[in-house]
Design a protein around this ligand. Structure first.
Ligand SMILES: [Zn+2]
Length: 94
């Protein structure tokens, strides 16, 4: 699994926008019309992400405050901004 960036893509003919993972240089087509989509912007806050760890499940943990995933090398949750505290080593399972 590699870290993907979410982009906003727009069909210039219809103005319809979609959000999807995209690779620079790739051509993406509108699902409905088959027309090529143009990239209108990156979606934040995925990039720049404050962690250097790749977005892989073995590098992630759940924030105790908002229950969103965050990289294990972060002290502050990138989603809610609250301090998550040091890792205890205790895995949390729902
Ligand atoms: Zn959080």
């Amino acid at each position: 699994m590699t870290t993907r960036q979410l982009y906003r893509l727009r069909n210039p003919a219809t103005g319809r926008e979609v959000v999807m993972e995209a690779e620079p240089g790739e051509i993406y087509l509108d699902h409905d019309s088959g027309e090529p989509l143009e990239v209108v912007g990156k979606l934040l806050p995925l990039a720049p992400w404050p962690s250097r760890l790749p977005w892989a499940i073995e590098n992630l943990r759940f924030c105790p405050w908002c229950d969103q995933l965050a990289q294990k090398d972060l002290n502050d949750c990138p989603t809610c901004g609250r301090r998550m505290g040091p890792l205890t080593g205790a895995e949390r399972h729902a």
